[in-house]
Design a protein around this ligand. Structure first.
Ligand code: SF4
Length: 379
């Protein structure tokens, strides 16, 4: 069972025709520059940043330690919310919440909150992770992905990316555990929208105070972006959507592989690892009868041997319009066992939120294009 409800009324509606700039598109130093331009000392910009990213306020009037004239000046030039919640779906166990967020121009993106309880034996800490989107649709068009089916509309701005994380950061402060992890793994290929993605990383680290090691950027293998990431000052965790350990199969699942085949992709992974000393994660969605055979598990072992990698096996969330099914549990177990027996660090991702269409792109596909009234009518 699930609860699904329109919740737009709980947020400020985005004013039609509002031409103010989203303040989330400014860096922290940009905030300082703006207040200086307005005739105030630079530290006022730091105060604005603290209100936006430490307290997640949603109105300039709530920035109570700022002069009222500055609050008004900011409010006439900038808006805080870059999006509003169109619909929210909550799993029955309350571990997964997914929102479809309507952007300023009417497009819709998805954001997911995953809350992990302590283990059954009482060990491990409760934690919460937000999965954010970086593009509307996706140009990579992976053959098993609901987002890939949509095609590509546009890149998200920094404000639209960081706004997704802030939405659940704010919510989780009142409903612990508080969000400490953000994964850039929702709709889109983050490294094809590099500047906005890393702008959001900077605001989350330097503004919201999240540890850079708690931020994970995922890529399907966009090498120009990986080359920039290798030199970036923010050493985020890198997750590579591998999905197949051999080129022919990978090219059929992730078309980008034709341009940047496995050998080149892996070289970039190892270079990133050498620079950052961080373990690289390989995401591997298991598709029934396609990439889940024991032979392919052994190919994957060869590719991982001697490397500091973590393989995350992801049971497929079936999408009605795609010809792929979830691997049988026995196939998942055997694949996992082969990797583990060879000494590869490997986990099976817990299935979360299947009943609320948690696979990327599914909720957005349902919401986009409906009228507001139709969405509100979802039971
Ligand atoms: S799996 Fe990721 S990279 Fe591939 S189409 Fe979907 S969103 Fe894009």
């Amino acid at each position: 069972m699930m609860v699904e409800a329109p919740v737009g009324a709980t947020m400020h509606p985005l004013g039609a025709g509002d031409v103010r700039t989203a303040i989330g598109d400014l860096s922290l130093s940009g905030l300082r520059d703006v207040v200086v331009e307005m005739g105030y000392p630079a530290y006022r910009g730091d105060q604005v940043g603290a209100w936006l990213y430490r307290s997640s306020v949603r109105a300039f009037d709530d920035m109570t330690n700022l002069p009222i004239a500055l609050r008004h000046a900011l409010g006439s030039r900038f808006r805080i919310d870059a999006m509003e919640v169109e619909v929210e779906a909550v799993a029955a166990d309350d571990e997964t919440r997914k929102v479809a967020l309507r952007l300023h121009d009417g497009d819709v993106v998805e954001t997911v909150l995953m809350r992990y309880p302590t283990r059954d034996d009482g060990t491990g800490a409760e934690r919460a992770t937000v999965c954010v989107s970086t593009q509307v649709g996706c140009p990579v068009k992976c053959s098993f992905c609901a987002t890939g089916l949509m095609g590509f509309t546009r890149n998200l701005s920094t404000a639209e990316i960081v706004g997704q994380a802030l939405h659940f950061l704010r919510w989780s402060r009142a409903n612990p555990p508080v969000v400490r992890n953000v994964v850039f793994m929702g709709m889109g290929e983050p490294l094809m929208n590099y500047d906005a993605t890393m702008g959001a990383v900077a605001l989350l680290v330097d503004g919201a105070g999240l540890g850079v090691h708690r931020l994970t950027v995922s890529t399907s293998g966009w090498l120009p972006g990986m080359a920039r990431l290798i030199d970036d000052r923010y050493a985020v965790r890198l997750a590579v959507s591998l999905h197949a350990p051999v080129d022919d199969l990978r090219s059929s699942l992730v078309p980008l592989n034709r341009r940047f085949p496995l050998a080149i992709l892996l070289d970039a992974c190892w270079e990133y690892q050498a620079r950052t000393r961080r373990r690289v994660t390989f995401e591997y969605t298991l598709l029934d009868g396609v990439n889940d055979t024991p032979a392919l598990a052994r190919d994957l072992v060869r590719l991982c041997r001697g490397r500091d990698v973590h393989v995350n096996l992801i049971p497929m969330n079936p999408v009605a319009s795609l010809p792929f099914g979830a691997s049988r549990p026995e196939a998942v177990d055997e694949f996992h066992a082969i990797l583990r027996a060879a000494g590869v660090i490997c986990t099976i991702r817990r299935e979360m939120g299947r009943e609320i269409r948690a696979a990327c792109g599914q909720l957005r596909t349902e919401v986009q294009g409906r009228s507001r009234t139709a969405v509100d009518a979802v039971p």
